[in-house]
Design a protein around this ligand. Sequence first.
Ligand code: MGD
Ligand code: MGD
Ligand code: MO
Length: 688
Amino acid sequence: MQHTIETIKGACPHDCPDGCGMITTVRDGSAIAVAGDPNHPMTRGWLCVKVSRYLERVYHPKRVLTPLRRAGAKSAGHFEPIAWDEALATIAGRWRAIIAEYGAEAILPYSYTGVLGLVQCMVAESRLFNRLGASQLERSICGAAGELAIQQTLGGRLAPEYSDLLHSRLVVLWGSNPHSTAPHLMPFLRDAQRNGCELIVIDPLRTPSAAAANWHLAPLPGTDGALALGVANVLIAEGLVDHEYVRQHVAGYEEFAALAAQFPPARAAAITGLSAGDIVELARRYAATRPAHIRTTDGVQRHASGGNTIRAIAALPALTGNYGLRGGGLAYSTSDVIVWDAEAIGHASECPPPGRTINMNRLGAALLGEAEENGPPIKALYIFNTNPVVSAPNSGKIIAGLQREDLFTVVHELFLTDTARYADIILPATTQLEHVDLNKGYGHHYLTYNRPAIAPLGEARSNWDVMRALAEALGFTEPWLRQTADDVIAEILQATPMTREAGITLERLQAEGTVRLPLPEDYVPFADGIFATPSGKVELAPEGLGPPLYRDNPESPAGDPELAARYPLMLISSGAHHFLSSSFANMPTLRRKQREPIVTLHPDDAAPRGIVDGDTVEIFNDRGVVRMRARVADELRRGVVGTVKGWWHSLSPDGKGVNWLTSDRLADTAGNSTFHATLVDIRKIADT
Ligand SMILES: Nc1nc2c(c(=O)[nH]1)N[C@H]1C(S)=C(S)[C@@H](COP(=O)(O)OP(=O)(O)OC[C@H]3O[C@@H](n4cnc5c(=O)[nH]c(N)nc54)[C@H](O)[C@@H]3O)O[C@H]1N2
Ligand SMILES: Nc1nc2c(c(=O)[nH]1)N[C@H]1C(S)=C(S)[C@@H](COP(=O)(O)OP(=O)(O)OC[C@H]3O[C@@H](n4cnc5c(=O)[nH]c(N)nc54)[C@H](O)[C@@H]3O)O[C@H]1N2
Ligand SMILES: [Mo]
């Protein structure tokens, strides 16, 4: 028999700065291989440990492939197949009844970045729900504080290409673990190091990124704002500030300097748990080495002072004149290099006024009554692109909320996740190989068109196709609720000045796959010294905000000594190397590589608890109790314990996960999550 073999260019959809180009080989309609696009300038022909196994995900025997209806108690996991028509009619009928009784704000769309794409994420999360006038979701589980802090300070999230590290003489990874969370940065960093670039890592954990550093500093979690102010204090006191740069390009210097004056090394040392000598040394090395690059991402801002922390860190390249230098500056993300036309995305001007806002970190609280503080109770949830039972904070409250008998929950998913188990209706989703999208990683400057490689499996439908079908079931006739994904992309490219003026069209993206945004060949953010802030300068003390004040985490030994007397250990749960949040955590090969839920503690914390390496332990606080394997290692500082996010509850030995323990308190900025501001204790349990 004659086989047909094709290779199809696509885009990795995951929430990762690398935003890779992906090539799928298809034989007779089935995908048989995925590989990194050799022509994508970041991907350079290889995929990470997770996405290189993407076919295991696509053809996973447990994919949900038909719509399902609950047939038993919520969470019991019994479902029966139903036809799409019946599923859509049921949803439309329930929503109409809820709107008639409570108004559209009783419907809450709950989504995040299971796929990061213009159509399957941004458009899918906005158009239909805008048209309904449903509640708005404040999407602040990840980096909202850091995002706003960077915008307030620099006027936009702009960052250099990974390859610019080759021009750096010093790189500071400040609460960032690219070894796992931005793997395509690592070859550039290693090449830079081979050329003599120095690497400093600031992280309470000795991550794999830190293991290869010249210097690893381990501050107490949540104290980086004081560290940055301490460094600024030394820069100012020792005459290491680039005053000419400050005069031309920095606003609010005097106010900032007055605040930094309150953080001499001794005080910063007392707060951060570092030595005063180390803080002085950090400032001197940072000032003496040019160009010096700081990479700070989201781990460092998932604390109560997350926004102020990022503002304080982002001040340092301004004080030393590192912004605008190739190999210098600061990398948080490149997300604002293109600002899509908001009206083309959401068509909000043609919709009812936006509904009230619910913060996604407060899902459990909102379902249990908090929503009624600013509107009707939540009577319907539409969950897609997210797995809140595993990934959102304070699982116990979320589960209690999802169990409400009067709540109508729809989950659109690839798998029967811990969240989908609480659904009344589950809808089958496509993988990236089965739908159209346009993707851009938030660490670079390239758009990649995702051409579907294979037909949808079973009856799976993409996020946008479900929105179109629901719009039809609800009787909406707007053309922008009927467009194909390709038409949506074409409309937004045309409406957005940057792509329109550069002639970046759907046809061009389809022909070329990956297209660079129209930036000069030698683009360096802020090289012109212009910042899109009100003053046109770096704002160290923006109007109405002032300089970045330091505050102790309210849930930390310094912030709540009484609580810390009961729960003395600070828990950090960062990204797992083999998972992406909870995505991939149901794939056999990656689960084996990640081994099992493990908590790492320092020997000095293990010994008084009688814990030795390999023991089964319970981690606990007032919110919950979770069982894990103990690993005793001096990879983190005393008083700090570390684990990873992502393990599914239903696939864990005790049916729980780390977010049973984490706090749903909101941060200082943008309603952000505070996952890492969590106090716990640990006890050994008798082996059974
Ligand atoms: N393999 C893998 N890749 C991922 C993800 C994943 O789950 N797995 N998640 C993706 C997502 S959603 C995101 S947002 C990005 C996040 O990318 P990163 O920001 O790199 O990821 P995190 O692992 O959350 O946190 C980074 C580091 O911050 C440290 N940290 C925590 N608290 C503090 C603190 O108070 N001070 C300092 N200095 N450091 C601190 C943690 O120990 C951790 O090593 O990664 C993306 N990529
Ligand atoms: N303890 C702790 N928890 C954390 C963090 C932490 O640092 N510590 N980090 C937080 C961060 S940074 C983030 S961003 C969040 C992420 O949290 P979530 O956004 O909930 O991410 P995932 O848990 O990966 O869930 C994404 C889900 O989307 C599904 N999906 C994938 N593609 C599609 C699709 O095309 N359509 C539909 N309908 N579904 C699809 C996947 O199967 C998966 O179940 O987690 C947060 N949780
Ligand atoms: Mo994230």
